[in-house]
Design a binder for this molecule. Structure first.
Ligand code: PEP
Length: 252
């Protein structure tokens, strides 16, 4: 944790969830609004098809929400894409950009990720910018070089604590049940914190750095208690309110 920084526990639903899943979102809201979810901010990032319906369920409550991606473009002939302004129009707070699944499957580059983050901020959203090394990169000792490059080249230089969240997600830990050791997480988050200082000066100290990759109720307390871990980006374990709330309970 970082002193004076409110942690964020964000649930990335990926391409999961049908209308029936809105009951899980309603249960999250109920617990948060009843003050039962602990000190962290909870955000849910559903698939695009559920966003407008989730927005209705969450309106007026304390659970924030966002999109899993946004276009770098403001609008126009971009079939299948969603602009940051469209998300903002529905009341979104966040857009995830540069998730490893988009970097890998859709070949998104650091400069595209940065353009998306800039578009998100311009529309009044906060960008959750994902970085993280692959298994091969870690095995060949390249994890710091890769994450340093991603942080330097994907983050908008004009951002800061109110507009940017960094999510460190080792690709080999996403959806695998594997996690780095707490010492490895601490070392990488410390390195990212120093890079944020280079980019944002004193403001870099307050930018939230989330850990993501197989966070679940059984390991949340240990992972979220590490220095410079200011919350979690949670995939699989965010689909059920009970699991997601059990992770957030690390901040009780
Ligand atoms: C993710 O998709 O960002 C993620 C961290 O997934 P999981 O928690 O399932 O590893």
């Amino acid at each position: 944790m970082t002193p004076d920084v409110r942690p964020l526990v964000a649930g990335n639903w990926k391409m999961n969830g049908l209308k029936a899943s809105l009951a899980e979102i309603a249960a999250m809201r109920k617990a948060v609004d009843a003050g039962e979810a602990g000190a962290a901010e909870l955000a849910v990032i559903p698939p695009f098809t559920l966003i407008a319906l989730a927005a209705e369920k969450l309106a007026g409550g304390s659970v924030t929400w966002g999109g899993q991606d946004c276009s770098p473009q403001a609008g126009g002939a971009y079939t299948g894409d969603t602009s940051a302004a469209m998300l903002k129009d529905l009341g979104a707070t966040y857009a995830i950009v540069g998730h490893s699944e988009r970097r890998t499957i859709h070949h998104e580059t650091d400069s595209e990720v940065r353009a998306k983050a800039e578009a998100a901020i311009k529309a009044g959203l906060k960008a959750i910018v994902c970085v993280g090394e692959t298994r091969a990169e870690r095995e060949t000792g390249l994890e710091y070089a890769v994450v340093t490059r991603q942080v330097r080249e994907s983050l908008p230089p004009d951002g800061g604590p109110d507009t940017v969240v960094v999510a460190y997600e080792p690709v080999w830990a996403i959806g695998t049940g594997l996690t780095p050791t707490p010492a490895d997480v601490a070392k990488m988050h410390d390195s990212i914190r120093r890079l944020l200082g280079e980019i944002y000066g004193a403001n870099g100290a307050k930018v939230r750095i989330l850990y993501g990759g197989s966070v679940k109720p059984s390991n949340a307390k240990e992972l979220l208690g590490i220095d410079h871990v200011d919350g979690a980006l949670v995939g699989g374990a965010s689909l059920k309110a009970a699991d997601f709330l059990a992770i957030a309970a690390a901040y009780r």
